[in-house]
Design a protein around this ligand. Structure first.
Ligand SMILES: Cc1cc2nc3c(=O)[nH]c(=O)nc-3n(C[C@H](O)[C@H](O)[C@H](O)COP(=O)(O)OP(=O)(O)OC[C@H]3O[C@@H](n4cnc5c(N)ncnc54)[C@H](O)[C@@H]3O)c2cc1C
Length: 464
């Protein structure tokens, strides 16, 4: 069985790359979508046929849908890793509720409909000479989906897409429309609130002039990075780590704003590098793991990995469009606990490791303090280290995740609600977010008094 799931992960990843190449980067096969009334998310582990499926094109249609439904959930591009996208009755795609509402070019602000994919937001901004100040690692998501899970990147001074948003429009559970900004409680409840207080239908993005970024991937000794992390974070605009179980080396990725010209064939070289990485993780990483060789081969295998150094348009540098088919379970801990907690989850994997566990690595990112525009977002109000447990989407990833989620509860880490999240209850959310969670629940009761936006996933964490 495990070899069948290994092949499925490998072939899905390969097919995705072939489709992307044949369409010159325009199509990703691995995306969440509804086909013939049947929904499946990015990783294809949430597949179901909603009782009713709708694709509204106007604000009035959305309002009418909310008013006439008993239970309703919205989705953008199905890039989350949990059942937040599963509806008890009506599932609504905002894919056709997309595009520009208005532009205010002198102030570098553009208002987009909620279903607009981030890649299309980026194209529109570039056309006018603008860009996002920084971005997370993918651009296939919808701009509203990104805000609903308070999607983060990594940075010394920057951490979230929501920090580049100056206003949103929300339709609540009564079908009423609200225009709110970062100082409003409803805005804070919507950012990271996975649609529990309303549907985000418009987003005003604050852009900056477009710029180039030098993206560097290097392999370094873990001991060196551990000793120098503070300084490395200080020296770079954006930095992340890949930590590998059983290995003395780790990958350090940095992104720095530059006035240097773009590298020759930068886009093609980046595409080849990320496709190679995805294929290696799916085929070679998966083989090592299931053949029981991770503990003995990892040091040798990562020693073969080569770095890259490219200057690109900022959005291309921050974003990687090609991924191997994988699962993610992510949470934050205080920055000061970075190494204790990274080592805890590496050790957990190493201790559990047998040839039954899938290929796994930890992506580690960092965000600054003072993020106070969310009530239950994982990076709220503290300098944070984000630990992302990335497993090939193949057999037994859930076995490691079950053990990891128990540890996450023990240490009171804060979960990313767009990622795998199977165990957390309302009591856990209360322990983690305290009075902010109470305020979130008050707002949810006020703006969705008939529980229209509830589903099994939100009931477990917000209601029972
Ligand atoms: C390859 C890959 C890379 C990723 N990289 C990152 C990363 O770098 N950083 C990070 O933080 N996350 C990352 N993620 C997670 C992902 O960005 C989030 O899960 C995001 O929410 C997905 O956006 P979406 O449009 O696909 O939302 P969906 O998955 O469609 O929806 C997410 C949740 O928001 C709700 N929702 C959707 N639209 C609306 C709306 N208009 N109003 C209210 N609620 C709504 C849904 O009901 C659901 O509960 C990554 C995921 C993948 C698959």
């Amino acid at each position: 069985m495990k070899w069948l799931s290994y092949l499925s992960c490998g072939f899905s990843t390969t097919f995705n790359i072939i489709v992307n190449a044949l369409t010159f980067g325009r199509v990703l096969w691995l995306e969440g979508r509804v086909t013939a009334g049947h929904f499946r998310n990015w990783a294809r582990n949430f597949r179901y046929s909603p009782v009713s499926f709708e694709c509204p094109t106007t604000e009035q249609e959305i309002i009418d849908l909310v008013r006439s439904s008993t239970a309703i959930r919205f989705f953008g591009s199905g890039h989350s890793f949990n059942a937040g996208v599963v509806s008890d009755h009506t599932l609504v795609s905002l894919d056709k509720y997309c595009g520009v509402v208005w532009k205010d070019l002198p102030n570098k602000q553009v208002c987009f409909r909620g279903g607009t994919r981030v890649r299309d937001v980026v194209k529109t901004l570039l056309f006018d000479g603008f860009a996002f100040q920084a971005m997370p690692s993918h651009d296939a998501q919808s701009i509203a989906g990104i805000l609903s899970t308070d999607v983060h990147g990594t940075g010394r001074d920057w951490g979230w897409v929501s920090e580049m948003v100056v206003g949103i429009k929300i339709i609540d559970g009564l079908g009423q429309v609200h225009q709110v900004g970062p100082s409003d409680d409803l805005f804070k409840a919507a950012i990271g609130g996975i649609g529990a207080v309303g549907i985000i239908t418009e987003v005003i993005v604050q852009a900056v002039p477009r710029f180039n970024v030098e993206q560097k991937f290097e392999l370094k000794d873990v001991s060196y990075v551990k000793a120098n992390l503070d300084q490395m974070l200080q020296d770079n605009d954006h930095l992340s780590l890949y930590l590998f179980p059983f290995a003395d080396k780790c990958q350090v990725s940095t992104w720095n704003r530059t006035t240097a010209p773009q590298s020759t064939f930068a886009s093609l070289r980046e595409w080849i590098a990320i496709s190679f990485d995805a294929l290696t993780s799916a085929w070679f990483g998966g083989f090592m793991a299931y053949a029981g060789l991770l503990d003995t081969w990892s040091n040798w295998a990562y020693g073969l990995k080569r770095g890259t150094d490219l200057v690109m348009e900022s959005n291309e540098a921050f974003n990687r469009s090609i991924y191997h088919l994988h699962q993610e379970l992510e949470f934050t801990v205080p920055y000061t606990d970075t190494w204790t907690e990274c080592e805890r989850f590496l050790k957990l994997f190493e201790t559990m490791y047998t040839s039954d566990l899938p290929y796994t690595l930890l992506e580690v990112r960092f965000t600054p303090e003072n993020h106070n525009i969310t009530l239950i977002g994982a990076g709220r109000d503290r300098r944070s280290c984000w630990i992302d447990l990335i497993c090939n989407d193949s057999r037994a990833f859930d076995v490691y995740y079950a053990a990891a989620e128990a540890e996450i509860k023990n240490i009171g880490a804060r979960p990313h609600l767009g990622k795998f999240c199977e165990m957390l209850t309302k009591a856990d959310m209360h322990n983690i977010h305290g009075p902010h969670f109470d305020r979130f629940l008050q707002l949810m009761a006020q703006y969705d008094p008939q529980d229209k936006f509830a589903n099994g996933f939100t009931r477990r964490m917000f209601r029972t």
